[in-house]
Design a protein around this ligand. Structure first.
Ligand SMILES: Nc1nc2c(ncn2[C@@H]2O[C@H](COP(=O)(O)OP(=O)(O)OP(=O)(O)O)[C@@H](O)[C@H]2O)c(=O)[nH]1
Length: 368
């Protein structure tokens, strides 16, 4: 049995963690968390960390003992410098609470790249973990909608770089902009995106800890994640009973299945394909021929099959990327955002117009 730690940092990380716990507790009752056991096969510990108490209170499926409030106003207001200081002041407390949970085989840290709390805490937390523990640490990082503004864009650029430099064993990318086709208003888009991420992570945990017909384990996952440029994404597809399994594999690798925009056949470096479902849907020949196609352009592909009676076929693909043109696009917009913010600040510093306005009443007092 694997010991798995999942941490959700900041509002976005908290919400995805809550979506994971909702699936794991069963969706039926919001009170399930008070009396039921999580349905995980592994020993999964979940911890939500936030500076904003309201974000923690908003969680419906994560137990109160699994929420760590780091008091700092109501968040750090998208300021990563403030967030870094707040983390340093509180890291002993956070690490103590993690250590009290026991030993882990692997940790996942969930965060947005662009806010203040999650994006500044995550790289520093990864760094502490890598110094203190010897389990692999993976960050699942949510990229912003591109129209969310200059501060979020610059945060995303610096956060991703910081996480890469922190010693993380891999970064799994999910992109709000790419996933916004979920439609609806922002809130329902968030819920839809969070559910997509939660489902994929739960499938992954299930696969790493299952008796399989064909085995993929944590060792294989580590090997996949160590390929490429340290970046990865995850695809998923659930087929109906009519769809041939090879089409389901292809769908999981298509834009509608992936969490991040990439042409898998051009940018992926290593992959893991796990297929789950009733034996009657799982033609080994079809699976093998589709996986061979993928490996001819990707390189190494690990393949796992989990037989689950009466279940429709589902496919999960983990892909590490050796290049990511969408990330290059994001960085070029972020550079514009950083320059824009800098110019604005310079203008305010150099332009004394406001000071001149105030100076007109120097030495005067109000008369009533
Ligand atoms: N997918 C998804 N993205 C979210 C969600 N909530 C916020 N975001 C995105 O996360 C970014 C903002 O980061 P947050 O996680 O809200 O910020 P934080 O880490 O709590 O930091 P501060 O509020 O600045 O202290 C924006 O790009 C939002 O679009 C969510 O529930 N799901």
């Amino acid at each position: 049995m694997l010991n798995i730690l999942i941490i959700g940092n900041g509002q976005c990380g908290n919400r995805i963690l809550d979506a994971i716990n909702r699936e794991a507790f069963g969706k039926k009752s919001r009170f399930a968390k008070f009396y039921s056991q999580q349905k995980y096969k592994s020993n999964v510990q979940t911890i939500a960390i936030n500076t904003a108490i309201n974000d923690l209170k908003e969680m419906k499926f994560t137990k109160a003992k699994d929420r760590i409030h780091i008091p700092h106003l109501h968040g750090v207001g998208a300021n990563r410098n403030v967030g870094k200081h707040v983390f340093e002041d509180n890291k002993a407390n956070i690490l103590k609470q993690v250590e009290e949970r026991g030993n882990f085989d692997v940790a996942f840290i969930l965060t947005s790249a662009s806010g203040g709390t999650g994006s500044s805490f995550t790289p520093l937390l990864v760094k502490e973990f890598k110094q203190k523990f010897d389990f692999p640490v993976y960050a699942l990082v949510v990229l912003p909608f591109r129209e969310e503004g200059t501060l979020y864009l610059q945060n995303a650029a610096f956060c991703l770089r910081d996480i890469r430099e922190s010693g993380a064993d891999g970064i799994i990318l999910a992109d709000n902009q790419f996933l916004k086709q979920m439609g609806g208003n922002v809130e329902s888009a968030y819920n839809g995106i969070n559910d997509m991420i939660a489902r994929r992570l739960l499938f992954l945990m299930d696969a790493l800890d299952s008796e399989m017909m064909m085995v993929t384990d944590l060792g294989d996952f580590k090997t996949v994640m160590s390929g490429g440029a340290g970046l990865a994404t995850i695809g998923f597809y659930e087929a109906d009973s009519e769809m041939p399994i090879k089409n389901a594999i292809r769908e999981s690798l298509s834009p509608s299945g992936l969490l991040f925009s990439t042409n898998v056949y051009e940018e992926a470096s290593r992959s893991m394909v796990i297929i789950k479902g009733d034996r009657k849907y799982l033609s080994i020949d079809d699976i093998s021929s589709e996986v061979e196609k993928l490996s001819s352009s990707v390189g190494h592909v690990f393949k796992g099959i989990i037989v689950r009676n009466e279940e429709l076929p589902q496919v999960l693909t983990v892909l590490t990327l050796e290049s990511a043109s969408e990330l290059e696009n994001l960085y070029s917009i972020a550079v514009d955002a950083i320059n824009y913010e800098k110019q604005k600040k310079d203008r305010v510093n150099n332009d004394k117009e406001v000071d001149r306005a105030f100076s007109q009443i120097d030495g005067m007092d109000p008369s009533y």
